[in-house]
Design a protein around this ligand. Structure first.
Ligand code: ATP
Length: 361
């Protein structure tokens, strides 16, 4: 097991900055997910940690030792790529055996481990096939199996599940998490999929355009996003953002939006003076069809679009100039065009600076 530290790491490609001043610690045993949209610098960060690329500036440390100049083979890391990087002329079994054979590991023990890993990854019936005879998902499972067999002190994964179908992806997510719990190997995992990040990570680091915007436990990032950008990146369907204003009435700070007002949770400090225009964030699950408390003020919305998902329905509602998505229970009887009264619970609303998007609560 290992701890990792990125200390003011930059990576420039000519005039383009792929990673800017990255400061990030990964604790021993953590499952850190680097999350962000395509091109934000996740893969470059992971490649620098693997030793496949070198920082232009700054230091990367594994267990306190600066590894900037240490070749990949001497870092004791195993990496699983989006592309599978399998030997095409070897069978699945050959691909799995290759590493342990090169490391001169005990043959009987290797056979037993391969059988175990093949079973975990549902590869047993495929051991005699070559990569060309496998689906993309099956190839990725072989690549995962090969990395698992190394039992490295650091596990690096770059979108390992992106080529799997939805059902297998869900299953593999659970398997990788349970494997991590069992083995406790420090893992850095790159994805643009916030569901993967939320369900797998012990910590998430969220990047935009080469810069780290927030790092923390999944629940903390979901509940306390540092900015409007982070808030709208985490959570599906994404957080509704509407125009609003800070009001001060009888010494009580309120938020006004959607033609109604709500009161932030007691004790929360709103870092904006009364009268300021703000952007207000409300998650689709936090808009209700019934009052959250007696006397709560409602607002009116017309059903514009319905997405029935079975156990829940996402309803797009037109509320004056704004449109919001509401998560309703699956059997909520809603009809297109119907006008309904909706309610906000101020305890679950977010406020962001209208100019720079930083969180104000
Ligand atoms: P994706 O999810 O699409 O893989 P990413 O977040 O992993 O994206 P990176 O692959 O790290 O992003 O790329 C970050 C930026 O650096 C991108 O704009 C990319 O075009 C650029 N980049 C990456 N590698 C190189 C390179 N070798 N030469 C020039 N530019 C590069």
């Amino acid at each position: 097991m290992a701890s990792v530290s990125f200390d003011h790491v930059w990576r420039r490609f000519g005039p383009h900055t792929a990673v800017a001043d990255l400061c990030l610690d990964i604790a021993d045993g953590d499952f850190l997910v680097l999350l962000g949209a395509s091109g934000c610098g996740k893969t470059t960060s992971l490649r620098m940690l693997a030793g496949l690329d070198e920082p232009s500036e700054g230091e990367i440390r594994i267990d306190g030792r600066v590894v900037n100049k240490v070749p990949p083979g001497e870092r004791d890391v195993a990496m699983v790529f989006q592309s599978y990087a399998l030997f095409p002329h070897m069978t699945v079994e050959g691909n799995l055996t290759f590493g342990p054979r090169m490391r001169r590991e005990n043959k009987a023990a290797t056979r037993a481990r391969i059988a175990e890993v093949a079973q975990t990854l549902e590869l047993t019936p495929l051991l005699g096939r070559r990569p060309a005879e496998l689906s993309g998902g099956q190839r990725q499972r072989v690549a995962l199996g090969r990395a698992l067999l190394r039992e490295p002190k650091l596990f690096l994964m770059d979108e390992p599940l992106s080529n799997l179908d939805a059902a297998l992806r869900g299953q593999m997510r659970a398997e990788i998490v349970s494997l991590h719990r069992r083995l406790g190997i420090t893992t850095a995992y790159v994805t643009h999929d916030q569901v993967e990040a939320m369900t797998m990570a012990t910590r998430i680091a969220i990047m935009f355009e080469g810069r780290l915007h927030q790092a923390g436990k999944p629940a903390a990032i979901f509940d306390d996003p540092a900015s409007l950008r982070v808030a709208t990146f985490i959570g599906a369907p994404q957080m509704n953002i509407v125009d609003g204003q800070v009001l001060q009435a009888d010494g009580v700070t309120m938020l006004a939006c959607l033609g109604t007002t709500c009161r932030p949770a007691e004790g929360l400090v709103l870092r904006a003076p009364a009268g300021s225009p703000v952007r207000i964030g409300i998650r689709p699950g936090d808009i209700a069809f019934s009052p959250p408390h007696p006397g709560a003020a409602g607002f009116s919305g017309a059903v514009e679009f319905l997405e029935p998902m079975g156990s829940e329905t996402f309803a797009t509602m037109r509320c004056g100039r704004e449109t919001v998505v509401v998560r309703a229970p699956g059997r909520t009887p809603l009809r297109l065009g119907e006008r309904v009264t909706l309610y906000l619970d101020g305890r679950f609303t977010y406020a962001f600076d209208a100019e720079d998007g930083r969180a104000l609560i």
